[in-house]
Design a protein around this ligand. Structure first.
Ligand code: SAM
Length: 339
């Protein structure tokens, strides 16, 4: 008997932007913040959030069906994971990424077809100015972007702190550090390490605020610079997370070479991203991230572990390996030959 194919999966995938936008609007409206204080019934939640009465019930019940909220005896409360990760006041908040997705990516992705036809990015300014220069001209957007990066890298930060042999090294610098989630996580887990972050000058105060709030300002310093114009700080281990995918092939190769030049013999470069699997058929998130680079940047694209190992070998690294971190993220480690 032949099995009749079902369109269910295709239709669910095609309509999954509904689910995404319901979550993004819930974060924007502060639904999870409102319920962090305790359960609320329909009317009090609706008035608290300033929603029109027409669709509030459907919206909240859709969030129940999506398992973001729970409802008991007419009262809504946060589902446990939403309560942990989506309440702004909690240190575990990862909604910065979702805020950025809501404010910028959601609309830009509406132009994916045009981007695929033209090869040109579709974020707010489609001209040739540097993505980061435009972003950093607006302090509120800068802060939002850097906080979003903490949400993106929190899981990988824990995995790098746990999986890399830090006991063999004394110092490290995270290049393109953003707010500092990765160095803070590593320094907390390994009290013998000191280090810091390298990034464009406007990032300094935001990094320092985050490091101080985590009680690590004695061990983590900020290095201001432009990684295309300045040498990278000399240190035992350099980390680059979600950096190489922002840039074109020549720029990627240049950054790997600059890391090699800054490391001592025996030093290590850790590159982490949502690496595409070598066969380019499994890591849908990595492949879609690469399309996000089309939407957002002039020449950026994501790549496989084997691609990155190739650039590291070209730059002079004597040993390279790829290790899975968490979810879609993996790291490529390059070791500079010990003398
Ligand atoms: C996509 S974010 C990645 C942040 C962080 N590594 C993470 O994974 O969460 C890219 C970072 O590179 C920094 N950056 C961009 N251009 C730079 C440049 N020319 N020199 C130094 N840093 C730069 C940005 O400020 C930003 O913090």
């Amino acid at each position: 008997m032949t099995v009749r194919p079902s369109p269910e999966k295709l239709l669910a995938l095609g309509m999954s932007f509904w689910n995404a936008k319901a979550l993004l609007s819930a974060v924007e409206l502060g639904v999870f913040d409102a319920l962090a204080e305790g359960p609320a019934d329909l009317e009090s939640l609706r008035t608290r959030l300033g929603l029109h009465e027409r669709s509030a019930r459907d919206f909240f019940d859709a969030l129940v069906a999506l398992k973001l909220l729970e409802r008991q005896d007419g009262d809504y409360r946060n589902a446990p994971d939403a309560d942990f990760f989506l309440v702004r006041a909690r240190p575990s908040y990862v909604g910065g990424l979702l805020e950025m997705a809501n404010a910028r990516l959601y609309e830009s992705w509406g132009h994916l077809t045009e981007a695929l036809r033209t090869g040109r990015r579709q974020s707010e300014n489609k001209d040739d100015s540097d993505f980061f220069a435009a972003l950093y001209a607006d302090p509120a957007r800068l802060r939002g972007f850097l906080a979003a990066m903490s949400g993106v890298s929190a899981g990988a930060a824990n995995a790098i702190a746990g999986k890399f042999p830090w006991k063999n090294y004394k110092s490290f610098v995270d290049v393109g550090v953003a707010q500092g989630m990765v160095p803070v996580t590593i320094a907390r887990a390994h009290p013998h390490l000191s280090g810091g972050g390298f990034d464009l000058p406007p990032v300094g105060p935001i990094f320092e605020e985050f490091v101080t709030a985590n009680g690590l300002s004695e061990r983590l310093q900020f290095h201001a610079g432009d990684f295309f114009k300045d040498a990278l700080p000399q240190t035992d281990v350099i980390i680059m997370g979600h950096i190489l995918h922002d840039w074109d092939l020549e720029q990627k190769r240049l950054l790997v070479k600059k890391a090699y030049d800054a490391l001592p013999a025996g030093g290590a470069l850790i590159v982490y991203e949502a690496l595409i699997d070598d066969d380019r058929r499994q890591n849908a998130f990595g492949l879609l991230m690469s399309l996000n680079m089309l939407i957002e940047t002039l020449g950026g694209f994501d790549y496989t572990g084997a691609d990155c190992q190739g650039w590291m070998t070209e730059a002079g690294f004597s040993e390279t390996r790829v290790e899975h971190l968490v979810g879609p993220d993996s790291m490529v480690v390059g070791i500079k030959q010990a003398e």
